[in-house]
Design a protein around this ligand. Structure first.
Ligand SMILES: Cc1ncc(COP(=O)(O)O)c(C=O)c1O
Length: 385
């Protein structure tokens, strides 16, 4: 550890967990082809929306018989649309191990007021026992807990012949982790995450079983227009072909198409996953030698390769009271921000004090390599100060 500032700064100090870094080489000129001032229901408007759907399907290897829609209100909109439309007929098992999972617990228990609900929880850094999921129940879970950096290791705990449907919030996993589509019935993500797109729109992927549920079951609660996917007991197919329920941002859409184009030219899903893995590797190598930082997720099998959450293990820090700990961690992140070497890397407000460094595909490993000496520098300043 040293008090001397490192000589090299990350070229792109963007390590926010959402909105995430734009793709390497992004410029506003990439949006020149946006269909601005035109109707999204015009022929070229609908063609662009359909193109986004079909290229997403191809990139994520979504089966041909699954439905893919662009929906309002980002990932939250997509998750709640799925929950409000699908939940009710069966008991529900909800898994939560950080704040976003807690949000879906609140939706299930306090908003939808589903009585027959089991909640399985774990603390920050751990995963609940996923094998508690009952295949005769519906299941709600996250593929990656963005605020704890803990992910689901695989889909083997989900029964292939389940009766219930699975609702999976995969917003910080899609495009960085392999998703087993045969185990996922309603999967959601947003443009602003791994591909570094803009906020406002989410995507919802439905399996044939989820579609069957939608057509067979009508919830007894009111259904806002922006959640409505069926009419007269039939799926509104247009929604899954680019006829969005309400008006999308054609500028955000163009940006998503630009991100997809970059991802395709970078080598597709395998290359995106490899980029995130490599980024995690840079931090893992540094953690080993840092002496003061460690992963919140102790078990490598469940460690996220996108939202990498670090705790502070320095004995000096451990001896501080909770307020001082929070203060020290805040100072660490703000020193790095002030130097312009890392923006937005403080741990999430309800997570243990520490750092959260986004490692998704749009981040360059070289920038993380340049960042790590700065982490040591900033920590030495916090301790000295
Ligand atoms: C796991 C998870 N779910 C939901 C959200 C909310 O996403 P959005 O703001 O795109 O609705 C986030 C955002 O960070 C997230 O990480």
């Amino acid at each position: 550890m040293t008090g001397i500032k490192p000589a090299v700064r990350p070229a792109r100090p963007f390590f926010s967990s959402g909105p995430c870094a734009k793709r390497p080489g992004w410029t506003p000129e990439g949006l020149n082809g946006a269909l601005l001032g035109r109707s999204h229901r015009s022929k070229p408007g609908k063609a662009k929306l359909k193109d986004a759907i079909e290229r997403t399907r191809a990139m994520l290897r979504i089966p041909a018989d699954y439905k893919v829609a662009i929906v309002p209100a980002s990932d939250t909109g997509a998750v709640e649309m799925a929950m409000w439309s699908l939940l009710g007929p069966l008991p529900v098992d909800v898994f939560a191990w950080e704040s976003f999972g807690e949000d879906w617990v609140t939706d299930t228990v306090k908003q939808l007021k589903l009585k027959d609900t089991q909640v399985f929880k774990a603390d920050y850094g751990a995963l609940p026992d996923l094998h508690q999921a009952n295949p005769h129940h519906d299941t709600v879970f996250l593929w990656n807990g963005t605020t704890s950096g803990v992910r689901v290791p695989d889909g083997n705990w989900i029964a292939a012949d389940r009766r219930g449907i699975t609702i999976c919030d995969a917003t910080s996993a899609a495009f960085a982790m392999d998703l087993p589509w045969d185990r996922l019935d309603a999967t959601t993500f947003s443009w602003q995450k791994v591909l570094g797109g803009e906020a406002a729109h989410g995507m919802l992927v439905l399996s044939p079983n989820a579609v069957a549920r939608l057509e067979a079951y009508t919830p007894h609660w009111p259904m806002p227009k922006i959640f409505r996917m069926t009419k007269g007991g039939k799926l509104v197919e247009g929604i899954f072909e680019g006829e969005t329920i309400n008006t999308p941002s054609m500028l955000a859409l163009e940006d998503y198409l630009d991100a997809l184009g970059w991802a395709e030219s970078a080598g597709g899903l395998d290359a995106l996953m490899a980029r995130a893995d490599r980024n995690l590797g840079v931090l893992a190598a540094w953690v080993k030698t840092s002496g003061w930082a460690d992963f919140l997720a102790g078990d490598t099998r469940i460690r996220s390769n996108t939202s990498v959450c670090l705790k502070i293990v320095d004995p000096w820090f451990a001896a501080l009271d909770a307020d001082r700990k929070a203060e020290a961690a805040k100072r660490l992140a703000s020193l790095l921000e002030k130097e312009g070497v890392a923006l937005d890397i403080g741990a999430y407000r309800s997570a243990p004090p520490g750092l959260r460094i986004w490692c998704g595909a749009t981040v360059d490993a070289a920038d993380l390599e340049a960042l790590t000496p700065w982490l040591d520098w900033a920590w030495s300043q916090v301790k000295a100060g």
